[in-house]
Design a protein around this ligand. Structure first.
Ligand code: ATP
Length: 298
């Protein structure tokens, strides 16, 4: 059994009548990247907030880097880095000054501050922009700085809350390379995301959340095969035809997914004669996500 950077058991968090997190179990083995996927309101941000003790669980067990929360949250926070969903960089300061503030917040000894800033500038690929005020940076540069700022104290664990939300595909690719490099260096990472492709590309294991619980956990490819099979048949046609296809698929015990102008029949590998005409493709994590959460993805 590998050591766990994060271990949650039966965690519950209410906001008044709303059960934001409802009996969540979650493991992040040390040195791995775990993707937390879920539709809006699934409880991902609340989970992240409990891990930093910004929110306190009503019940359940939370351990981070071997510390028990919320009692030992100060110790665990000192050894983790957090990249929030909303950019909270100080726009009145330069890139370098933003990093310097965090070397103080994380209480780095004076002799380590300068090397830590240089390392962070390298990670963010912003050495040549060190004297630029943050409000003059592009969106992608700000995101890279936000991640690098969380790394000035060489944390063992990094929490990334929607690291690429709202960024264009090219910037997203850049950030993926950065996150992948951190994971390869042995940093444990928990990353919440809406983007299936992000989870597929970066996460060793994925936990899909819906309505506050984990509805599936595992290696992305294993989850796909377990829940949706290997092949999908995509059948196109007008709504009445699609309804007909859905009804006959239900009769054959095949699960379906409606996508706009088509209906996808899941797990059709090895079946031919009894199926309607359509296009075959490999199943994806997106098929599983829709199947388990009932939500379309962006
Ligand atoms: P998103 O992807 O939209 O950020 P999420 O998966 O992060 O969603 P949460 O933000 O954790 O979901 O929200 C879970 C539920 O808890 C939602 O119903 C939300 O409205 C509710 N909630 C979250 N924070 C609060 C709060 N401070 N007060 C009241 N309700 C809240």
């Amino acid at each position: 059994m590998p050591a766990l950077a994060i271990r949650l058991r039966s965690v519950v968090k209410h906001y008044g009548d709303i059960k934001a997190v409802d009996g969540l179990d979650l493991d992040v083995p040390e040195g791995t990247c775990v993707g937390l996927l879920g539709p809006n309101g699934a409880g991902k941000s609340t989970t992240m907030k409990m891990l930093t003790a910004q929110a306190i669980a009503d019940s359940g067990e939370l351990e981070v880097l071997g510390y028990t929360l919320p009692g030992q949250s100060k110790q665990s926070r000192a050894e983790m880095g957090v990249t929030p969903q909303l950019d909270n960089l100080d726009t009145t300061l330069t890139v370098e000054q933003n990093l310097l503030v965090f070397t103080y917040l994380y209480r780095l000894p004076r002799s380590e501050r300068r090397p830590a800033i240089e390392r962070a500038l390298d990670i963010a690929n912003l050495a040549d922009r060190r004297h630029t005020k943050v409000d003059k940076l592009s969106g992608g540069m700000r995101r890279r700085l936000l991640i690098a700022r969380a790394l000035v104290h060489r944390p063992r664990l990094l929490l990334l809350d929607e690291p690429t939300v709202g960024l264009d595909p090219q910037v997203r690719q850049e950030l993926w390379a950065l996150i992948d490099a951190l994971r390869n260096e042995g940093t444990s990472i928990l990353m919440s995301t809406h983007y299936i492709e992000e989870a597929e590309r970066l996460a060793d294991t994925v936990t899909i959340m819906s309505k506050g619980c984990a509805v599936a956990t595992g290696l992305p490819r294993d989850l796909v095969i377990e829940h949706a099979g290997r092949e999908v048949l995509e059948v196109y046609g007008p709504p009445a035809r699609l309804a007909e296809v859905e009804a006959s698929a239900a009769g054959c015990m095949l699960r379906t997914r409606r996508t706009g102008t088509s209906v996808a029949l899941l797990g059709v590998e090895g079946r031919n004669g009894d199926l309607p005409h359509g296009e075959r493709r490999a199943t994806t994590l997106e098929d599983v996500f829709v199947l388990l959460t009932g939500e379309e993805v962006r």
